[in-house]
Design a protein around this ligand. Sequence first.
Ligand SMILES: N[C@@H](CCC(=O)N[C@@H](CS)C(=O)NCC(=O)O)C(=O)O
Length: 220
Amino acid sequence: MSRILYSGNRNASSWAFRAWLALREQNIDFEEVVIDIRRPQRWKNLAEIGSFSPPAAVPVLVDDETVIFDSSAIMEYANELGDGSLLPQDIKLRARARALVAWQHSTLGKVCPCLSFESAFYKEKKQLSAGEISSAEWIYGIWQQHLESIGGAYLLGEYSLADIALVPSVLRLTAHHGVGESYPLVVKWVERLLNRPCVQEWLTQAYALEPIYCEGYFSS
Ligand SMILES: N[C@@H](CCC(=O)N[C@@H](CS)C(=O)NCC(=O)O)C(=O)O
């Protein structure tokens, strides 16, 4: 039996982080191959991934002969290989979890696009524009309302794929703009989420790496 996760640099690959977290949180055995996605070697390395996975991107999970690309498919697979506890039993809560994952997957990255995942690990952070501050506050407000409506420790009550999908967004936004007292449930949720042992394991390795500077970060 062979199960290999092709992931990316700890301080660059937010998508690989999500897939890796879901596998680890479900105690799934796997081998990890970290693909260097820094430029310029990125193109050659990803072209090699393209020889067996059509999107030529990471993460990819190769479970014996089955190639599973895309972080959300890997997260769902990890949950099914494990005990299924990363999605709620209740159909409506499960749909809400998937809606949050889908939002992250489709458009949430467009909120403060200059605050990349890489930038969460910079020692010096840029000054946010008024627009970026109001976008971050808008998201914190949505998370606050969500947590209030659920009344639990995590977005759907129990820890789920929705929390996992949001870890990189939480990190890149809160690293630049702290969550204020107006969002008390978000303050607690962020603390809980970022202090999970698996999250900490990835982050400790990410902070130890040389930062990857994205062009235009300070001038945007
Ligand atoms: N929707 C994909 C996105 C994966 C993705 O964009 N991965 C980046 C690294 S974090 C990558 O390999 N990009 C290669 C490219 O864009 O050509 C997923 O969720 O797995």
